[in-house]
Design a protein around this ligand. Structure first.
Ligand code: SAM
Length: 284
């Protein structure tokens, strides 16, 4: 079969520079931080101003210089956690925040464990390889308490150059998040900083109260093109009780939201017609 443009694009980011701790640390060491607003993001500030409970637990992943955290501390919030993968940045943050009541973690968001009322998204999602989008959604779901919210900004545009930042669009975000989150807001943001005005969505998503074991992320093998990606997705969706199935852009993981009555064996059987397809549990 001839490759289509979509086949070539599907794994484009895996051919580039690995976006690992070393990459991000170098950005800070070399002062290449074009994303840095130098101030609290206005739409996020407006949202933070509406929160009454100053003891609610807040996580800011991929926090960068964390102006939002400084704002929270200044306004009496007592339970703020920051996590970033760059050691240089984290050292600076620890110096800057001194003995302020704030938890500053050096580490990978995807390995973090915790339970939060609110997670703030600010140019973290767009910094990730798009093949991590399904893992990001599953991780956010896991880290939020029941009724907890993911709030912040997502780009609603494509970028000309290969990312980061990586672009995205509202339809795709809806498909990704709506099986697990009630989308209270996903609207064009009117209070973005000038250079981003018209290109950001303000999001406020509330974790749905799904039964335990409804959200599952698997390692998947055997998919080699967008054609089999489509067919295998449909196989999962054909099972009664499967609400959504999304295979990631490099065909290595699948996010499934389903009834807890569906067993992992049911899911394996749905793709067992060809031995090349494999499904294995993976940790979130
Ligand atoms: C584009 S910057 C945004 C920083 C900050 N949110 C802002 O808006 O200024 C992305 C940040 O995510 C961090 N990062 C990237 N991958 C990460 C991961 N897996 N876990 C934690 N932090 C990560 C980077 O070190 C960087 O600080």
């Amino acid at each position: 079969m001839k490759n289509t443009e979509e086949d070539f694009n599907c794994c484009v980011t895996t051919c580039g520079l690995p976006l690992n701790a070393n990459y991000w640390d170098n950005q800070y060491v070399n002062g290449e931080t074009g994303w840095d607003l130098g101030m609290v993001s206005p739409p996020i500030k407006n949202y933070l101003d509406t929160i009454g409970d100053k003891n609610c637990s807040i996580l800011i992943p991929g926090c960068g210089n964390a102006y939002e955290a400084a704002y929270l501390v200044q306004h009496g919030f007592t339970n703020v956690t920051l996590i970033d993968i760059s050691s240089t940045l984290v050292e600076n943050l620890r110096e800057q925040f001194g003995d302020a009541p704030i938890r500053i973690l050096h580490g990978d968001f995807f390995e973090h464990q915790g339970a939060y009322d609110l997670i703030i998204e600010q140019t973290f999602f767009c910094a990730l390889n798009p093949s991590l989008h399904e893992r990001y959604a599953a991780k956010m779901y896991q880290l939020l308490k029941t009724g907890g919210k993911l709030v912040g900004l997502l780009f609603n545009k494509e970028f000309e150059k290969q990312g980061p930042p990586f672009g995205g669009n509202k339809a795709d975000y809806k498909e990704l998040f709506s099986p697990m989150f009630e989308l209270k807001q996903m609207d064009d943001c009117t209070t973005s900083v000038k250079p981003r005005l018209g290109s950001e969505l303000f999001i406020e998503m509330r974790k749905k109260e799904l039964p335990e074991n409804s959200v599952r992320l698997f390692a998947i093998g055997g998919i080699t093109c967008s054609g089999c990606k489509k067919d295998i997705t449909q196989n999962f969706l054909n099972l009664s009780g499967v609400d959504s199935a999304r295979i990631n852009t490099d065909f290595t993981e699948v996010l499934i939201v389903c009834s807890p009555t569906i067993t992992n064996d049911d899911l394996k059987k749905a793709i067992a017609h060809d031995a090349k397809y494999t499904l294995a549990t993976t940790t979130i």
